[in-house]
Design a protein around this ligand. Structure first.
Ligand SMILES: [Zn+2]
Length: 511
């Protein structure tokens, strides 16, 4: 080694020693992660928000009064947190809303028993309190129905749908094991599971070879009082909407979902010739003064002059079904994403890009809120036109898989994101979030971004007891696990922080 080379190396060594922080440039980032955790775990507002949204406001069926109250509540709360431009925005026509005002049902013959049941949304009323015989319609095609002509006037209709319930030895709630998490990447898992609720309905329709709509229309034309449908077990009522509520101008007969244990008894009694009589009163109405879909939007403006026009979006749907109070579908998503905004704002961490929250309306009837927002601002597929936000959105994070810990992320078939998320997840490995799956699960608002190639993420979450509770009368505050949601808010805030400060927008899929 010559003299000059040695002097040069000494100078380099001195420079390195003079700037010791550069050895670990990520220390500053980790200081911010620490601030995020302090906000999430010591100053959490999740409980307060959960009580206000579920117990306070109640069910939030699209277009109902509860839904309208919920969007106003979310806007006000975001404003209180200091979120900028928090606003309620209409994004197009949904149709008439629907409101349940009174409901009672019981078996009166062969003996008195209260029944676990609830009317389906967008179905009608009885003429006050009525009492009538239950008639079983056993038809497997439209032609079969003809034999019941003239026999259903003033009657209550059921079908012979009775299933054997297999005993379950599964735990009531569960977390993913390491093995489960590894399996998230198996190729056989690429296809998302079908919604068990829809699968059940389809099976039922197939077993009858007759659509629900055919049956309802026949009963209505014949003057039946109500149609009763078997849905849910263990006394838990699973419900939905008879015709999804679009563009209805009048309500038909009441269609009532009843739990299997009470429904199956009627089927067996009638089968052996014992008359069954029910007493019921249903009062439902259309809400005709509001036909719009609303979303709630709010922002934290980016601090970097060059990057603040770009956006990292987070979101969850705020509408729910009407049997419960939308605890985990999707109250948990709403309060976690609002809490993420609060954490990012109140921790004071620096965000280069703007972070935007969207609480979508009418997701349950077909992603109407997010689809219309994207159509207006991002891309209109009908006219093949890019909107003003098309080039600005880096990524969209969605929360709609219940109350469990976040265990990782679905990359939605976009492999280029893998090295980025290997880094992004490192600061939350100790919280149990480290799995990266390339799978592309759907069924929620992130899909409207994915279809355009924009990274739209769903999170891998422990299922807890989601499958038993969603769309039922038990989806209330008590099913929300607030401890899990603190972890979830921390993980999402940490991912959003890094996405907002990443040198580039996240890579898109070629479409
Ligand atoms: Zn949902």
């Amino acid at each position: 080694m010559n003299f000059f080379k040695r002097r040069f190396l000494t100078a380099v060594a001195l420079l390195v020693l003079a700037a010791p922080l550069n050895v670990f440039p990520q220390v500053d980032q980790y200081k911010d992660f620490q601030l995020i955790r302090e906000q999430a775990f010591s100053k959490s507002e999740l409980r307060e928000m959960a009580v206000e949204l579920t117990d306070g406001i109640g069910p939030r069926l699209s277009g109902s009064l509860g839904f309208l109250n919920s969007v106003e509540w979310a806007k006000d709360r975001l404003q209180t947190m200091g979120i900028e431009n928090a606003r309620v925005e209409p994004w197009g026509e949904f149709g008439n809303g629907w409101q349940m005002e009174k409901f009672y049902i019981a078996q009166t013959k062969p003996y008195y028993q209260p029944l676990s049941a609830i009317p389906q949304a967008w179905t009608g009323s009885t003429n006050g309190l009525v009492k009538s015989e239950v008639v079983m319609v056993n038809a497997s095609s439209k032609e079969d129905l003809a034999q019941y002509a003239g026999k259903l006037n003033g009657k209550i209709v059921i079908t012979p749908y009775e299933k054997d319930i297999e005993v379950s030895f599964e735990p009531l709630a569960s977390r993913y094991t390491e093995e489960d998490l590894n399996r998230q990447n198996e190729i056989s898992q690429v296809r998302p599971d079908m919604d068990p609720f829809i699968r059940e309905r389809q099976r039922e329709a197939w077993s009858r070879g007759l659509s629900n709509t055919d049956l309802i229309e026949f009963c209505q034309a014949e003057g039946a009082i109500a149609l009763i449908n078997n849905s849910g077990t263990w006394g838990v009522i699973r419900t939905g909407g008879s015709r999804n509520g679009r563009n209805l101008t009048e309500l038909g007969i009441p269609v009532i979902d009843m739990t299997h244990e009470h429904y199956g008894r009627m089927v067996r009694l009638i089968d052996r010739g014992t008359p069954v009589e029910l007493e019921l009163e249903v009062k439902n109405k259309l809400v005709t003064d509001n036909k719009l879909i609303y979303n709630v939007i709010g922002e934290i403006e980016g601090a970097n002059k060059k990057l603040k026009d770009e956006v990292v979006m987070i979101g969850a749907h705020i509408d729910s079904w009407h049997a419960g109070t939308g605890g985990n579908d999707n109250g948990s998503g709403v309060i976690v994403m609002m809490e993420v905004m609060r954490i990012l704002k109140q921790s004071g961490v620096k965000l280069d890009r703007t972070v935007c929250i969207a609480l979508w309306g009418a997701e349950e009837q077909g992603l109407h809120g997010s689809r219309n927002w994207v159509k207006k601002y991002v891309y209109d597929s009908e006219t093949d036109t890019k909107g003003p936000e098309y080039d600005k959105i880096s990524a969209y994070y969605n929360f709609d898989y219940g109350t469990g810990w976040v265990r990782g992320i679905f990359l939605q078939d976009n492999l280029a994101l893998k090295p980025i998320f290997e880094e992004f997840l490192k600061p939350v490995h100790d919280l149990g979030a480290k799995t990266i799956s390339t799978r592309n699960p759907g069924s929620s608002d992130h899909m409207v971004f994915n279809r355009l190639g924009i990274p739209g993420f769903a999170l891998i979450q422990d299922r807890i007891d989601y499958g038993r509770g969603y769309h039922t009368n038990m989806d209330t505050f008590d099913r929300i696990q607030l401890g899990d949601l603190k972890q979830a808010a921390t993980v999402v805030a940490t991912l959003v922080y890094q996405t907002a400060n990443y040198p580039d927008k996240l890579p898109r899929k070629q479409m």
